[in-house]
Structures are given as C-alpha cells and as structure tokens.
Design a protein around this ligand. Sequence first.
Ligand SMILES: *Cc1c(COP(=O)(O)O)cnc(C)c1O
Length: 385
Amino acid sequence: MAHDHTHGFGTKAIHAGQAPDPSTGAIMTPIYQTSTYVQQSPGKIIGEYDYSRAANPTRTAIEANLAALEGAKHGLCYSSGVAATGVVLHTLSAGDNVLLCDDVYGGTNRLFHRVFKQLGVETTLVDMTDLNKLEDAFKDNTRLVWVETPTNPTLKCIDIEGVAKIAHAKGARLAVDNTFATPYLQNPLALGADVVCHSTTKYIGGHSDAIGGALLTNDDELHRELKFIQLSEGAVPGIMECFLLLRSTKTLHIRMERHCANAKRVAGYLSEHGAVEKVIYPGLESHPQHEIAKKQMRDFGGMVTIYLKDGLDKARTMLERVHLFGLAESLGGVESLIEHPAIMTHASVPPEQREQLGISDGLVRLSVGIEDVEDLIEDLDQALA
Ligand SMILES: *Cc1c(COP(=O)(O)O)cnc(C)c1O
C-alpha cells in the first residue's frame, strides 16, 4: 500500500506501509526490538535486514506510511526534527549559502547559525512572504532554500509554489518544514518542494510522548544521499518511537479536523476580547497571507498567536492562571498548550532578531488541543479576566 495514490488520506493513514504480520496474523506491526539479524551464511541475510541502524521493520513501516501521507516516493525517519533538519544541511558543503525564512523554529535558527556556520555553511535570513526579497537574496553559492510555513511563532504563510519556481530557476533545492500544517493540511512536494521535513514530535505524533523527525522526497538521488547520511550519522529513532508513530498516524486526519475547528473558535473568541490587541491565525481574513493560506492549505491548523495589550504583565498573569492549557514548550498534542515565545521557545533567537520579527513581551502562542472547545474558551476567559 506504500505507493497507493488511489485511496483517501484516512485510509492511507491507517493502512499504508502496513500489512498483517505474516507469521502470526497480528494486525498491528510488531515492535521489532532488535539491534541485529541472524544471517544464513556470511553476507547472506534472511530478509532485508542486517543491522537496525541501517533499517528495522517497524521503522520501514512508519517510513512508508509517512511517505504515503505526503504523496512521496521515499520516507526516512530520524531521532528528532532537528536531526532531520541537520541531515538536509549535511548535503551541503563548506562555502555553500542557504536562504532561511526569517521566522523559524528557534532550534532551526540555532542549528543554522551556531552549528553549521562553524562548518562553513553560510545562512541568509529572508522575509519570504515577499518573493522579490527572496529573488534578490540569491547568491552564486546559494544551494538551498529552507521554508517553514506557517512560521513559528508569528504564523506567516509563504507561497511554496512561488518559492519553488524561483529556487529551481536559480539552481537551488527547496526544503519545506511542514510540521505546523502536517500532510493532512498541506503537501509541499506537490507544490514543487524537493524535500519535506517534519518534527513528528508535534502533530504527527500528537500525544506528547515521543521525539522524532522525518524527511520525505520524490527525488531518488536526494533520497539516496539522505539515507546514506541517516546510516552514517546514526540519528535514527528508537523502535518504540516508530511504533508509537504508527499508532498515531492512524488518527492524524480526525485529530487535525478537531484541532482546526477548535483553533478557529478560539481565534474568533480572542479576536473579540478586550485584553487582546491582535490575533494571528491564517484562517482569519485579517491575516496578511490569508489568500496564500487558502490556496495551499486545506484548513488553517491548530496554532493561534496573540498580542496582549498589556505586554509581559498580562502575559505572565494569563500564563499562570490557565488550568486546562498546559504552560509548556512544544505543540501539536491532543492537550492544549500555551507559552511565551520570547522567554521560552525563542529565547535562543538573538534579541535584535526577535524584535524585528515581532516576538515581543506581549506575544503568546497557543497550541489548541482537541478538548471540548467550550471548556478551552472558559479557561481562557477566566485567565484573561
Ligand atoms: C519542534 C519543531 C522542530 C524541531 O523538532 P524536534 O523534534 O523538537 O527536534 C522543527 N521545526 C518545527 C516547526 C518545530 O515545531
């Protein structure tokens, strides 16, 4: 079923990459908790496996499942989202330039600027909501464009198709971090991206219990490279994490439907609240890239960002008073979370860059979960009172 394009998303989520275990009929893919595999004679392996860093059947199942969901030919899983990001960066060499959208996950920003910089990979930050700025930013040595959309935490939406055309005309590859949207809402490969990156820790895992990352591509040559780096660097997920992900993707479509519906209600409620200066949600007509979001996303996701009128004081009280929303970093789980990007998730972004991006003291990010939305609104209401 791995490359089955005829079934709908929900059917693929439940079945792709998986078949009943041939020896027992077990409907769930077993947890092949093994590091190695016995051989018949030296070099003559029994099945497809010789060592679990290279490949493991539970991992093969989730890799094929995620590939099917993104409409990709190939899928690879890694030990975390940043490990997956690092693998894409390892396809570059010293002296290469990368164009990075200016409002990315804090850990992505840190990886580009603090780790790969030392290895000679140069990063240029660009506001990619303006394609003219993107075009002007290219240098002779630009090999890769890295896009996150919607961005984190200010939920800018970047025109993937537009960026892909420019990147390819300039001879660069396009990587898209699709963590916020998930394959249920947005498929960057179909819009021209060369590789999609996910932190499966977030919506794909969805239960706040496992760290992981994935890379999906249709490009055979790029896949070989990414797989070689997976084997050589060894940032592979544990087998239990692979099993947890297989269980999680089976409900991705229904979880996302509820995340989107709840977030829309919460965004609407907050828009009317007197303590709130501005609500950022791609589904609102007031969102500056609402049209782009409508064009490339099926719905608008579960993340809502707000600016509070009274800055840090109000933010602090609100974050201390919530009961149902957990005050925590991360996002995309079934439970609602709330956080303060300037102090928490984006503390590693330099203050000047934070200010320029609007990551101010009054900014609060909500990951709206799939609880009953009336209860979530009641919780926010008492926290903002
Ligand atoms: C969390 C996150 C990452 C990093 O993933 P980890 O699994 O925490 O390593 C990358 N990109 C985005 C958009 C994220 O939210």
